[in-house]
Every structure is written in C-alpha cells, then in structure tokens.
Design a protein around this ligand. Structure first.
Ligand code: 2M8
Length: 453
C-alpha cells in the first residue's frame, strides 16, 4: 500500500464526516432532508426513513424530527404520501401537479402527493428507538404509534380490497423503483395512452426532454425514457382526476399491481409495528393482527416454482408478471420465508449472469432483455437495495455474504462518492451526486461493520 493510500479503517472517519456533510447540505429548515439538492426539492417518504436510520447514529433528536416532518403529510384516512411538498413560489408547479386538496382527506396546511411509497417507516422508528434509553424509547414509540397503526390499517382497508393479504399499488412511483421492468412491461403491454403511442411512433416524445427537470441534473441515458415519463405522468393525471379515491379508481380501468418489493417491506414493517406495540404495552387491533398473518402467508403466492423466483402480480388478472427484477430478493428482508426459499434466493444472488456482476446488486438482472447498465431502476446498483438485502441476509444467518456485499457497497462509495446509483458492471457512478440515502446508509453500514469487528 502506498503512503497516500489509507487503510480502510483510517478512511472511515473521513467517510462518515463526508456523509454527514451531505446530509447537512440537504437539510431544510432543520426539519427534513431533501434526497438531493435541485433534482429532488421535497421530502420523500422512504428516503426520509433511510436518512433517519443514518442520522440515528449521531443525532437521534434530528432523526426523530425527520420522521415527524414526513408525518405532517399524513392524510385523515391514514395514508402517508410519498411526498410532502416544499413551500414557496418555486415549487408551485409541483404542488399543482398533485393538487392534494382535491381529496377531502388531505391535510389543509401542507401540500402533498396523492400516493404512497414502500412502508419503511416502522423500520426507521425502531432503528432510532434502539439508540435511545428505555424511557426515551417508550416516549418516542408512543409519539408515532397511532400514526403507524393508521397507516398500516389504511394499507389493508384501501389497498387490499379483496382481503387477499397482498396490497396493491397504483403507480410505479409507489414502488420507489419508478421504471422497474415488471411495471414498465405491464404498462407497455396494456396501458400506454394513445397520445403517448402517437408521440412514440412519430418520435415527438423527444420534445418532452425540454420540460423535464431530471435531465438538467443527470445524463438522459441515466434516466427514464421520455415515453415512460409521459406514460407515468398520464397515470398520475388519472389518479388526480379521480381525486385519489380508491373506490372510484377501482370502478374504472385500473393500473394496479401487487408489488413484490412493497409487500415484502410491508411484512417487515408489520413485524416492527408488533414490536413497537409490545414495547409500549399497546394491543394492536385484532383485525390488523389477522391481516398481518395473512400477508406473510400470501407472499408465497408470488413464488413461481418453474423459474424459482418471486414476482409481482397483476391485481385484476391475478397473473404473475414474470419479468425478473431485484425485487425477487426482497422476501429475504421480509424475513417470513422458509429457510429453503431463502437458500434459493441466496443462490440467485450468487449467480453472476443474474445478480452477481462485479458490483452487485443490479436492480435488473444482467441477462434480462430490460437490463440497461445506467438507466435508473433498470440496471444500476442502488445503496438502499443493497442495504435491504444485507439486512435480509443477516436475518437468515448469511453473515459472510452480507459482509461481502457490505464491503462491495462501501467500495463504490469510497471510490466515487455518494452517488444516486452505480453501474453494476464497472462501478461508474450515475444519477446525481451527494444523494442523501447513499450518505445516510453509508453511515449505517460503516457502523455495523465496526460493531461486527
Ligand atoms: C425517484 O422517484 C421520484 C418519484 O417519486 C422521481 O423519479 O422523481 C425514485 O428513485 C424514488 O425511489 C425516490 O424516493 C425518489 C427521491 O429520491 O426519486
């Protein structure tokens, strides 16, 4: 090792302070953290959960504020929106896109989106709780308990209308993996609006580049295609027209998928909510407990024995969408699958043509026809996904593999910085730099590495 190169353990304090600086830079009003300056100027639901997990290592008070800030946006029916939109004239157009005020359930004093995102909140609440004293923890849990119960109840009441145990999602943004192949496949097969088809056929979609915010901050080849973005906005418009009312949406043609990643995360969140209730001596509603059990069982319906993978399912047709993505690995994080199934997923994770290139884990398997090294959720490696998989591996006592994946993930950040995502083939960074959850989860991974030593 040359004189300039530092041993990893010497470098760690630097990396942690750099990560803290990113979070400080993206801090707004000492209340919430934007995912990245410029490109993402609002508060996002699952970003804030990951962010607060990182913050809990050095500022539990601020971490709690992050969660309380997103809860400002909770709707009266229990829904927690994926966005609490920033105030100010500069963001008027974003607020107009959503017009949350069209729903009678939306809060009056804050503008939000009208859809949710993967339910990572209970995980964040528990991770923060672990850093508090027993008394503080009880106070903290007591503060957020009812909000979490209302949210989980809402997910069952509105998003599991047939009591199947699996919740449905109504927009790819709800999965957090905007252009993930399973959803894009369904959309292109059945749901591309005619005007988007025309734009695609006439190549007029190119014009859309001029009004997109994301391509001002990141290379167009690293983002969604114009056609996909137009289609996603069209779905969003439909939701708004129906005032985000699930009954009205269900009565009409509905783009609804029982998303594998969302439901896997929900199962883990249910587990955490049970722990929270126990810690503060609360009894969860019985129907909620029954639903939680049903979800754990129902996950197995997403398993396809032929290919040995889990998939998303079309809500209306009940057909599995057999387009593989990284979501197939998230039942590890859910923690409720059998050891045998976990073993099958671990083998997948070790297969180089699928999920084990030089810098795992690709958001879309390498051999997939949809794989695109830099294109957002269609190939790149994301730190939050790796974090979820690492956690899942530890739940199944696959510590060696979890350590290896931790090292690989940190290597990307050490070599390139806190980027939004990375090429799984070369490690080259992509998207925007100084991305909050990359910074926050780096802090968490480094701390776990240290405590394991
Ligand atoms: C991306 O999603 C938003 C829409 O919600 C976008 O494309 O503008 C996704 O990567 C999502 O997972 C993330 O929460 C959000 C902010 O980082 O950006």
């Amino acid at each position: 090792m040359s004189k300039d190169q530092k041993a990893p353990e010497e470098k760690q304090p630097d990396l942690i302070s750099e990560a803290k600086e990113v979070l400080a830079k993206n801090n707004r009003d000492d209340k919430y953290t934007v995912p990245a300056d410029g490109l993402y100027p609002h508060q996002w639901l699952w970003d804030s959960a990951f962010i607060s997990i990182g913050m809990s290592h050095y500022d539990t008070y601020r971490a709690q504020k992050e969660i309380l800030s997103i809860l400002r946006g909770q709707w009266a029916n229990g829904m927690i929106p994926n966005n609490v939109l920033s105030a100010g004239i500069a963001y008027r157009q974003d607020r107009e896109i959503w017009r949350s005020y069209v729903s009678p359930y939306a809060p009056d004093n804050v503008a939000t989106s009208g859809i949710t995102q993967p339910p990572m909140l209970a995980e964040a609440v528990v991770r923060i709780g672990k850093k508090l004293s027993k008394t503080e923890r009880r106070t903290w849990y007591g503060r957020v308990y009812q909000a979490l119960v209302n949210y989980h109840q809402w997910l069952y009441n509105e998003r599991d209308p047939h009591h199947e145990g699996l919740t449905l999602q109504i927009h790819p943004w709800e999965t957090g993996m905007d252009n993930t192949p399973s959803w894009m496949y369904e959309m292109h097969q059945h749901l591309l609006p005619f005007w988007v088809r025309i734009a695609k056929a006439t190549k007029l979609d190119k014009l859309f580049t001029y009004i997109r915010r994301d391509v001002r901050y990141s290379a167009p080849e690293h983002r969604m295609t114009n056609v996909d973005v137009m289609a996603l906005y069209s779905v969003q418009r439909r939701l708004r027209r129906k005032q985000y009312d699930i009954q009205r949406l269900l009565n009409h043609s509905l783009f609804a998928i029982e998303d594998l990643a969302f439901n896997s995360i929900f199962i883990r969140a249910n587990h955490h909510l049970r722990q929270i209730a126990k810690t503060i001596g609360e009894d969860l509603p019985e129907d909620l407990i029954a639903n939680m059990r049903l979800t754990e069982k129902a996950l197995e319906q997403l398993w396809d024995a032929y290919s040995g993978q889990y998939y998303c399912r079309n809500f209306a047709t009940h057909k599995l969408i057999k387009v593989p993505t990284i979501a197939t690995l998230l039942p590890l994080y859910a923690g409720c699958i059998s050891k045998e199934r976990a073993g099958q997923l671990v083998s997948l994770l070790k297969t180089s043509r699928q999920f084990n290139p030089k810098y795992p884990v690709p958001s879309t398997p390498i051999h997939s026809e949809f794989f695109d090294e830099f294109r957002y959720w269609q190939g790149p490696t994301w730190v939050n996904m790796n974090w979820l998989i690492i956690d899942g591996l530890r739940q199944y006592k696959e510590d060696e593999l979890a350590d290896k994946l931790t090292d690989k993930t940190l290597e990307l950040v050490k070599n390139h910085g806190f980027y939004e995502y990375f090429s799984p083939l070369s490690g080259e960074p992509a998207g925007v730099n100084d991305f909050s959850w990359t910074a926050a989860l780096t802090i968490d991974l480094l701390n776990n590495q240290k405590s394991a030593k």
